[in-house]
Design a protein around this ligand. Structure first.
Ligand code: NDP
Length: 431
């Protein structure tokens, strides 16, 4: 069971060494995973070497936690893997506010993957369509015979659809892939169908593969935020809520803004997709195609302020064909840790957590953009990056950041100069 009565306040201010005992004290991870988390080499080189080609080593990224997401009445402490400063802080801030407003409500529309075979060189397309559709049951059986284990698990090929697009007759197959994302199983099924489809259509197959445009795997997350949580000043809170609604409308009409709006949503989504060992390229590709489904690229989320109720309503829908099994999920020990934080969710639960995180991230970004702007917070983070790039150690960073913020514009050259001055003054002081 997820612990819900943890006081997370001050967690971000604690030192690295102080954080792990908190995780241990509240038993958020099994003792084995806690040990793994602190191990120097989380991914054994032998495993890495089996995962991809030309392996020379491993590449590390920060593994963080954004606590206290309240989703459909359950609490989730969500693992994030991201290199971008402020993403985890923004998500945690949004989760806290949305929790106070009742949390997220999420639901799954459907959970099936789509494979396609592009047929070409067909003389009589209408006749080919009729002939293929008449063999629906046989074709579904052929697909299932090609990957029988998914049928045993309760999944398998479900439906056939045909569409003429230009020169092509495209055959679509929907497949229930259960806990897997399903790329390999769908590809296996599609390739098995090629000989029958070529014979039935009297045409040729150009390619047979899964589509990442997962329109049969849509997930929605919603929240409603009381305007009192936006500002202590009632007037300011209302203004901010109205501006956030406008920001959402802007992302519907301007693709330049929509792209950045959606990038902000993916700051959170990618971080959880990566932490849980899923294919983030697949998730990104599907969601960006979905953002352009109306003919122009639009923001994926919508916000609406209801003045009479003083509530800001947020909603995000996108394809989320996430997996709890398959791919590298069972191979990477850090993924096991991430899944442990989430109480080993099944694919449908994980998909809903991820879309809720996307909505939270979007809320935090729009709130910052329509109030103080994001640079106020980001300048401090930029100063920190410059300090680290200049070579400052952990105990030198705070002083160097303070000096840099007082001398804008900040540059790496200034950071290097101030760091050597800081070290000289410490040397002089200690001798
Ligand atoms: P896998 O090929 O790993 O297949 C899923 C595995 O999970 C199978 O071995 C299956 O067992 C096992 N499994 C265990 N329990 C379950 C369960 N309850 N439900 C379903 N499967 C279960 O993964 P996918 O087919 O999902 O393919 C995903 C991988 O393909 C990712 O690594 C992705 O990067 C990659 N990929 C993506 C492409 C794309 O997105 N266009 C293209 C090509 C590859 P069993 O063997 O018994 O069936």
């Amino acid at each position: 069971m997820t612990k819900t009565n943890i006081n997370w306040s001050g967690f971000s201010k604690r030192s690295f060494d102080e954080r792990l005992p908190i995780i241990e004290r509240f038993q958020l991870l099994s003792p084995e995973n806690l040990k793994h988390l602190t191990a120097d080499h989380l991914l054994p080189i032998q495993t890495a070497n089996q995962m991809t080609e030309n392996v020379l080593g491993r590449f590390a990224l920060p593994f963080s936690i954004a606590p206290d997401f309240l989703i459909n009445g359950s609490t989730y402490h969500v693992p994030f893997v991201t290199e971008e400063p402020s993403v985890v802080a923004a998500a945690s801030f949004a989760a806290k506010i949305i929790r106070r407003s009742g949390g997220f409500k999420t639901y799954i529309h459907n959970r099936q993957m789509i494979g396609q075979i592009a047929l070409y060189g067909i003389d009589k397309i209408d006749k080919a369509k009729t002939t293929i559709l008449a063999k629906t049951e046989e074709l579904l059986a052929t697909a299932n015979q090609a990957y029988p284990s998914i049928v045993k698990r309760g999944g398998g090929a479900r439906q056939i659809r045909l569409e003429q697009k230009g020169y092509f007759l495209i055959f679509y197959l929907t497949v229930d892939t259960q806990e897997a994302m399903g790329a390999n199983m769908v590809n296996t099924m599609m390739e098995a169908l090629v000989p029958d489809l070529e014979a039935l259509s009297k045409g040729h197959s150009l390619m047979a593969i899964l589509s990442n445009y997962a329109t049969e795997s849509l997930v929605t997350a919603k929240c409603q935020i009381d305007s009192c949580f936006l500002s202590r000043d009632k007037e300011k809170a209302q203004q901010l809520a109205k501006k956030m609604e406008l920001a959402s409308q802007l992302a519907q009409v301007d693709p330049y803004r929509a792209t950045t709006h959606n990038k902000g949503i993916f700051n959170g989504i990618d971080a959880v997709v990566m932490a849980t060992g899923n294919d983030w390229r697949a998730i990104e590709a599907g969601a960006h195609a979905y953002a352009a489904r109306n003919g122009s690229y639009q923001g994926l989320s919508q916000w609406r302020f209801d003045q009479s109720q003083q509530l800001l309503f947020g909603e995000l829908t996108l394809p989320m064909p996430i997996a709890s099994k398959g791919g590298s999920i069972g191979l990477n020990p850090t993924v096991a840790i991430a899944r442990d934080f989430l109480n080993s969710p099944d694919a449908k639960t994980l998909a809903q957590v991820i879309v809720a995180v996307g909505l939270a991230q979007n809320f935090a970004a729009l709130k910052a953009l329509t109030s103080s702007g994001i640079q106020a917070g980001h300048m401090k983070l930029h100063a920190k990056s410059l300090a680290l790039l200049a070579g400052a150690s952990e105990h030198e960073v705070a002083a160097l950041v303070k000096t840099l913020l007082a001398d804008k514009p900040m540059t790496l050259e200034k950071a290097t100069t101030y760091l050597s001055k800081l070290r000289q003054s410490i040397d002089n002081g200690s001798t």
